[in-house]
Design a binder for this molecule. Sequence first.
Ligand code: AMP
Length: 391
Amino acid sequence: MNILPGGGDCSSLSLPGATLGILGGGQLGRMFTTAARTLGYQVIVLDPDPHSPAAHFANQHIVADFSDLHALETLGKACAAVSTEFENVPADSLRFLAQFCTVHPDADAVAISQDRISEKQFFTAQGFPCARFAVIQSRDDIAPALHQISTAESHPTLLKRSQLGYDGKGQARVNHIDDALRAFDEMGGAPCVLEEFVPLALEVSVILARGTDAQIAVFPLAENQHRSGILDVTLVPARIPDTLAEQARQLAMQIAECLNYCGVLTVELFVTVDGRLLINEIAPRPHNSGHYTLDACVTDQFEQQVRALCGLPLGDTRLLSSAVMVNLLGDLWNGDMPCWKNILSCPQAKLHLYGKRDARPGRKMGHFTVMDATIEQALALALNIKGKMGG
Ligand code: AMP
């Protein structure tokens, strides 16, 4: 049977009934697992945490480290195809797995996105716009980097760890050489980038999927508001001019082409106060800012991840309603389950909880999405609920 548009390569086609693997059993792995099982696939999760949220829905859970070669071989031999829920899986683990089964996205694309230095060097080499930056490998690089990036002595810059930073962790705002040296030491002297601090009007993200046949489907642009470096609220459609939205989509598609990417790709962009687009970072996977697709689009980002991984035609990304997504962080728990009445009693709201056992401040425990006729109405309703919950 050939179900690929235009008679594509069926060698990487995995149909329902096949077994899929996911590296990482957090909320993104859980939503991938749910989507895959809904489509009739079996799912094996590999994650070192015996209580990982995805394991509740998977057929099998391999409790092992992401670099455990024996566990990876077991996974690879049992699966037709494997994907990843996050970029910090060692790229070598993906290379190793690829001996046994289909792996999307591939190790090279993941390697670029798991290291800010290689990611920014990739943007620059390919001519994609990003904030000015300098590479810091040692303390000696800091003074020349500050000189290069700051336009005046007090001009702020951001020092970001090259690897293992997320949700604003592993980064510090630095104004002077002393701040920069202190921040670098506090980050353990690990390689960093020093980045210009850009005055932002808005932050947006483009999530797309590129299939094995190179077809691309782009989800509607999301506008993202952060609090303490963590995504707080996503509004869709993003409130930016159509021309800028189209430019953002084009940039994201060009990145996917450059990487010869297969899978779901997220591109986070800044809209500067003077109306320019700068690429902040890419994630080789579905994204928190795409959770609205679960309730507001014909196809959601996790079903799309399954489709791209399995070589199936991509689904329709059409937005069915304006939507506002609000993250529910562990701070809301306060020793007890929050009262869900405010969300559940609102007919336009959908609650998603990730089944995590321990609620810690800043930990993503769930989200809710409000859908309404206009983005203004959805936002007013969402903020009203959020306010009542103490968010
Ligand atoms: P990141 O970990 O790089 O995604 O950064 C987390 C958040 O910090 C972003 O979502 C922005 O709100 C802010 N941020 C990061 N880089 C910059 C920058 N160069 N200029 C201004 N704000 C930034």
